[in-house]
Design a binder for this molecule. Structure first.
Ligand code: IPE
Ligand code: IPE
Ligand code: MG
Length: 234
C-alpha cells in the first residue's frame, strides 16, 4: 500500500495577474499588487497544511521582455514589499530564500532580497523559495558553469552531482506544480526538478486563488499514484 500524503514541495506558477486587472479595466500592474495578497494567503494556508517547502514563480528570465514600466513596477514591488513583510513571515515561521540569478537585479532590489533572507533565516516551519529572474534552463547552465569552475579532478558528471550546484540543493525536487490562469505549460519553471512532478492546472486567475484551492490540490495529489518509472507492488 502506498502512503497517500500531501506534497513535501509545491511549486506555484502564479499566472493571470494581468488578465485579472484588464478584466476590471485596471492597469496590469494592479493585478500584480493584488497577486501579493494571494501569495500571502497561500503561504499561510501552506503552513496550516504543514507543507514544508513551497516555491513561487515570481519573475522569469523571460519576463524582462515585458514593457519597461511593468518590469519597473515589479522591481519596485519586490524592493518595497518583500522586506516590509518580514514580521508576517516571522510570525508564520517562514524562511525566505531566493532562487534565481540575482546578478541582473538593481542593487537596491538585491539588497532587499538579501536582507529578507537574513531576517528570516532561523524560521523552520516552512521554507518559501521565491523564483526571481529564474529560468529552469538558466539554473542548469549556472550549475554546469559552477561545476566546471570548482571541479578540478572531474569525475564522470552525474545527475546527483550536478544538482548539488543548484541554488538551494537541500530543497527537495518539486512534488506538485500548480499553475493558475488557464495555460497548460511550464514556461521554464523548475525544469530539472519537475522530472517526476505531478501537475495541476486551474482556470482561476492568480489574484482569486487561495486556501481552499490549495487544499483541493493537495487532496487531489494525495489520491494520485506515483510510480517514478517503476511498477507498483501489489
Ligand atoms: C503572472 O501574471 C505574474 C508575472 C509574470 C509576474 P501575468 O502578468 O503573466 O498575467 P497574465 O498572464 O498576463 O494574465
Ligand atoms: C510564467 O508566466 C512566469 C511567472 C508566473 C513568473 P508568464 O505569463 O510569463 O508565462 P507565459 O509567457 O504565458 O508562458
Ligand atoms: Mg502570464
Amino acid at each position: 500500500m502506498q502512503e497517500n500524503k500531501y506534497p513535501d514541495h509545491i511549486g506555484i506558477i502564479m499566472d493571470g495577474n494581468g488578465r485579472w486587472a484588464t478584466k476590471r479595466s485596471l492597469p496590469r500592474t494592479m493585478g500584480h499588487f493584488e497577486g501579493i495578497k494571494a501569495a500571502k494567503r497561500v503561504v499561510k494556508a501552506a503552513t496550516e497544511l504543514q507543507i514544508p517547502f513551497i516555491t513561487f514563480y515570481v519573475f522569469s528570465t523571460e519576463n524582462w521582455r515585458r514593457p519597461k514600466e511593468e518590469v519597473k513596477y515589479l522591481m519596485n514591488l519586490l524592493s518595497s514589499r518583500l522586506f516590509s513583510e518580514t514580521d508576517f513571515y516571522n510570525r508564520l515561521g517562514a524562511k525566505i530564500l531566493i532562487r534565481g540569478d540575482l546578478d541582473k537585479f538593481p542593487k537596491d532590489v538585491a539588497a532587499t532580497m538579501d536582507a529578507t533572507q537574513e531576517a528570516t533565516r532561523d524560521n523552520e516551519k516552512i521554507t518559501v523559495s521565491l523564483a526571481v529572474n529564474y529560468g529552469g534552463q538558466d539554473e542548469i547552465i549556472r550549475a554546469v558553469r559552477k561545476w566546471a569552475k570548482f571541479t578540478e579532478d572531474r569525475p564522470c558528471l552525474n545527475t546527483e552531482t550536478l544538482r548539488t550546484f543548484f541554488d538551494h540543493p537541500f530543497i527537495p525536487p518539486v512534488d506538485l506544480i500548480i499553475r493558475t490562469g488557464g495555460e497548460k505549460r511550464l514556461s521554464n519553471f523548475l525544469l530539472w526538478d519537475s522530472a517526476y512532478a505531478e501537475l495541476a492546472f486551474f482556470d482561476t486567475l492568480w489574484p482569486q486563488w487561495g486556501a481552499a484551492e490549495l487544499k483541493n490540490a493537495c487532496e487531489d495529489f494525495a489520491g494520485r499514484t506515483r510510480r517514478f518509472g517503476g511498477v507498483l507492488n501489489e
